[in-house]
Design a protein around this ligand. Structure first.
Ligand code: SAM
Length: 141
């Protein structure tokens, strides 16, 4: 799955996802003081925007320029500051560390996933959290 694979569905619908954040961030961040957060594979940015609303300083990355443009527009409509970046997570390395990294439904091959987690794990601050949520392979049946 490359940028073209994802730009196509984003480009052919006004909104691909619900626009609502996933249920897990509220549960996970409830006990945390807002700090810096990174949303990887952020899509249209619903979780990034929710975190920003809670006072987090958010960076959000996706390689679909169409999704990022939509997320930027949504942030501007809600007067929220989020640093959105178009970048390929196979090669992009953050320049900073984060108190929270969230990764929702980025489905890549197991070896790429392990590689990504190993690369990003040092970018989680001490006592920070890396939350990753995805489908179980059984969901595909
Ligand atoms: C299923 S969507 C999930 C979007 C969002 N996290 C959510 O849960 O609504 C997967 C996202 O991963 C992005 N993606 C896939 N591979 C990527 C990569 N190598 N680098 C950056 N983004 C990637 C796609 O563009 C897409 O927006």
């Amino acid at each position: 799955m490359d940028t073209g694979f994802w730009n196509e569905p984003y480009g052919t619908s006004e909104r691909l996802w619900s626009g609502n954040p996933h249920s897990q961030p509220p549960e996970i961040v409830a006990s945390m003081q807002p700090g810096s957060a990174l949303d990887i594979a952020c899509g249209e940015g619903a979780d990034a925007l929710w975190l920003a609303e809670q006072g987090w300083n958010v960076t959000a990355v996706d390689f679909s320029s169409v999704a990022i443009e939509r997320a930027r527009r949504a942030a501007s409509e809600r007067a929220l500051r989020v640093e959105f970046k178009v970048a390929d997570l196979d090669v992009w390395v953050p320049e900073a560390s984060f108190d929270l990294i969230v990764q929702f439904y980025l489905h890549v091959e197991p070896e790429r996933r392990t590689f990504l987690h190993r690369r990003l794990q040092p970018c989680v601050c001490e006592a920070g959290r890396y939350l990753t949520v995805g489908h179980h392979p059984d969901h595909a049946q």
